[in-house]
Design a protein around this ligand. Sequence first.
Ligand SMILES: C[S@@+](CC[C@H](N)C(=O)[O-])C[C@H]1O[C@@H](n2cnc3c(N)ncnc32)[C@H](O)[C@@H]1O
Length: 328
Amino acid sequence: MPPEPSRRPVTHDPDHIPVLLREVVDLLSPEPGQTLIDCTAGLGGHAAAIAGEIGPEGRAVLFDLDPGNLGRAEARVRSVMSPENPGSCRVDAVRDNFARAPGWAGQRGVRADMVLADLGFSSPQVDDPGRGLSFKRAGPLDMRLDPDGPITAGELVNTLPEGDLADIIFRYGEERLARKIASKLVAERSAEPISSTDRLAAIVRSVVPRKPGSIDGATRTFQALRIATNDEIGALEGLLGSITRAGGRLGGEGCWLAPGCRVGIISFHSLEDRPVKRCFSALVQEGHAETVRRGVVTAGDDELASNPRSRSAKLRVIRLGDGAAPGQ
Ligand SMILES: C[S@@+](CC[C@H](N)C(=O)[O-])C[C@H]1O[C@@H](n2cnc3c(N)ncnc32)[C@H](O)[C@@H]1O
C-alpha cells in the first residue's frame, strides 16, 4: 500500500512531543465521534492530538499505571477544544494495567475504533531519580511504573536465586554476560543489600568491560530489571492475546473492538516488536486484518535530530476487518 499523505493538523506541546506523532495520527486516521483506547496515556500527547480529531462526540479512554502521568494526560486531553470543537471529547482516565483494558471496555459496552500502545516509560519517569529507572541518576532501586506495584527491582536483585536473576538479565536484557553479572550481584548482596541505582550500576560495570563507542555496561541489566519489575512482556502478551481473540469475533456480543478498528503499537526494542509483529502477521494471514502501512514505521530525519528517544521507536499499525473472515 503506498504511504498515505499526511493530512491532519497535529497539536504540539513544546514541553512534550511524543514519538511518531504525525505518523500515529495519520495511520490511526481518527474520525469525529470515534472512540480511542490509549493503553499508555503517558503525558497525553498522542491522545490529545487524536482528541482534536474525534471532537466532542468522541471518547478517549486513557490507561496508565502511573497516577502522575495519568492525571497530566487527562488534563491535557480535556483541554483540547477549538472554535469548531467547543467541548472536549468524553474522557475516562483509568489507573490500571493495559492488559485489563479489554475487560474494562467489554464490561461497559465500550468498543474501540482505535487502540494505541506506546510502550515503556516516559521522560519524566526516567528523569526522576526517586523512581530508580536510570543508571545515570543515583536513587533507590525501585523501577516500578506503578508506585504501588507489588515488587521493586531492589527486591528482585536482593532475593532472587542466582539462576533466576541470570535468566532475567539474559532474557530481558539480551546480555551475554548475564551469568557473571548474577554471580557478582549475589556475592555483593551477601555483604550488603543492593539498594541504590548507582551501586547496582557500579557492580554491573565492574563485570561488563566498556569498549570505546559502545553503550554503558549497565544499560542491558537495567532494561532487564525494569521489564521484570513491571512484567512488561506479560502485559504486552496479554493485550496482544485480547486483540487476537477479538479479531476473530468483531461485532460479537461484548467485543471490545469495533469492526474496522485500527491498532497501533510503538515498541522500543526487539523483545517488544517481535510479539507485535507475530500477532499482527497472524491476524493478517487469517484474514482478520490488513496492514495499514507495510513493515515498520520509523522516525524521519527531523524527528531523529530533535528527539533521541525516537531512534529506536518502531510503529506497526493494522486495521481489523469488518467482522467476518474470508469464507465465513
Ligand atoms: C512512552 S509513555 C507514553 C507516552 C504517550 N504516548 C504520550 O503521548 O505522552 C509510556 C507510558 O505507559 C505507561 N505504562 C507502561 N506500561 C504500562 C502498562 N502495562 N499498563 C498501563 N500503563 C503502562 C507508563 O507509565 C508511561 O506513562
